[in-house]
Ligand binder design. Structure first.
Ligand code: SF4
Ligand code: SF4
Length: 69
């Protein structure tokens, strides 16, 4: 079963570490702020291979790697 990154945007602080490290360019700026006012990111699911690099790098534990539905 394929694995994909899922981002909890309400915890995101917009540091973009995940965006910079993703080898598949599967994370992009969402173009909107979360409730705390941070510019959050989103996963382009079709591009993600579930490698987990973003999960490891996120300092705020916003990212899970989940089974694709
Ligand atoms: S799991 Fe890997 S491919 Fe998917 S968004 Fe994170 S760094 Fe990119
Ligand atoms: S590394 Fe975490 S806090 Fe930083 S932009 Fe990505 S999801 Fe948001």
């Amino acid at each position: 079963m394929a694995r994909k990154a899922r981002i909890n945007t309400e915890k995101c602080k917009g540091c973009y570490y995940c965006l910079d490290i993703c080898p598949r360019k599967a994370i992009k700026k969402a173009g909107k702020s979360n409730e705390k006012g941070y510019d959050c990111v989103e996963v382009v699911s079709q591009m993600c291979n579930g490698c987990g690099a973003c999960y490891i790098v996120c300092p705020d534990c916003c990212i899970d790697i989940i089974d694709d539905q």
